[in-house]
Write a protein of this length. Structure first.
Length: 297
């Protein structure tokens, strides 16, 4: 089967490029950790909803998903304990949400497990698998960045926490790969469905990831391009309705406007001179690596 990995941000910035800037700024570092915490916490809710939709079948998958919920809850607990110890925020992160955007881009009618159990299971596993791969990529890059950073007591605590989480997240990726391979082996038709689901959810994940990162001028049009890329993974008859349902919010993106204002206010409050010299040109010309810390916020 085709192996799909998360792509770089705008095909330019890798996770390591981003995280090496994150760990240099304590405020941004804590915001990033809280986003990790929220993602792990939210996964418990989403996995539980999937278990309820499956309603006991297949039993082996329900069992595995229950273990998965336990792992995600433990990761959330570890990150919450860490953030409380560091006197950091543990509330819902502000700004554009990767999780909310991912869910907005899902075609729930065609992927509802209750409508077609096998197709729904394939879709759910493909979605879980691609997001877990992104998590592994970022946790690994975060550990690498922290090893290059000053070995303060705080940085060591953060690294040790992420090092506990990463092996279990890698285990989730392997688990998803095994399940998808098993389903694909049932028949040529299933193999095609698995490949299509992997392509579809890789496109959805990339679009959601970029939507949560990109606040620069033209982000709305890049969002539309990503939306079309998602639609192109679907059968021809599904594409028009999918685009019609999601195009207005993608093009006008009210949450993006709010995030831009919030980022600009923070950049101005931190350093008015840098706001004029770095933030404004970055916003007009697109993402620049030296200003990544002002974008991720």
């Amino acid at each position: 089967m085709t192996v799909i990995y998360p792509r770089k941000f705008q095909n330019a910035l890798s996770a390591r490029d981003i995280l090496k800037h994150v760990v240099r700024d304590r405020e941004l570092h804590l915001i990033t950790l809280n986003r990790y915490r929220y993602s792990e916490q939210r996964s418990c809710k989403d996995l539980t909803e999937l278990i309820e939709q499956l309603n006991g079948q297949p039993r082996e998958l329900v069992r595995d998903l229950s273990h998965h919920v336990c792992d995600e809850a433990r990761h959330s607990m570890w990150l919450t304990d860490l953030l409380v110890e560091l006197d950091a925020n543990v509330g819902t992160p502000s700004g554009s949400s990767y999780i909310d955007e991912f869910e907005r881009l899902i075609d729930r009618e065609s992927d509802d497990p209750k409508r077609n159990l096998q197709d729904g299971v394939i879709a759910a596993l493909a979605a879980i698998n691609v997001t877990e791969k992104r998590g592994c990529e970022y946790f690994s890059a975060h550990i690498h960045a922290l090893k290059q950073a000053p070995q303060t007591e705080e940085n060591i605590k953060i690294r040790e926490t992420i090092e506990k989480i990463l092996p279990e997240e890698a285990g989730h990726v392997r688990w998803g790969n095994r399940w998808l391979a098993q389903l694909a082996a049932h028949s040529p038709e299933n193999r095609q469905k698995v490949e299509q689901a992997k392509q579809k959810y890789a496109a959805i994940e990339q679009a959601a990831f970029e939507a949560g990162m990109d606040i620069t001028l033209g982000a709305e049009l890049r969002g539309v391009a990503n939306l079309v890329e998602v639609a192109n993974t679907m059968p021809l008859w599904q594409r028009p309705q999918y685009l019609m349902d999601r195009l207005p919010q993608t093009l006008f993106a009210p949450q993006l406007q709010f995030t831009r204002i919030q980022a600009a206010q923070k950049a101005w409050q931190r350093d008015p001179q840098a706001f004029m010299e770095k933030f404004v040109p970055m916003f007009i010309n697109g993402l620049a690596k030296p200003a990544i810390n002002r974008v991720v916020k």
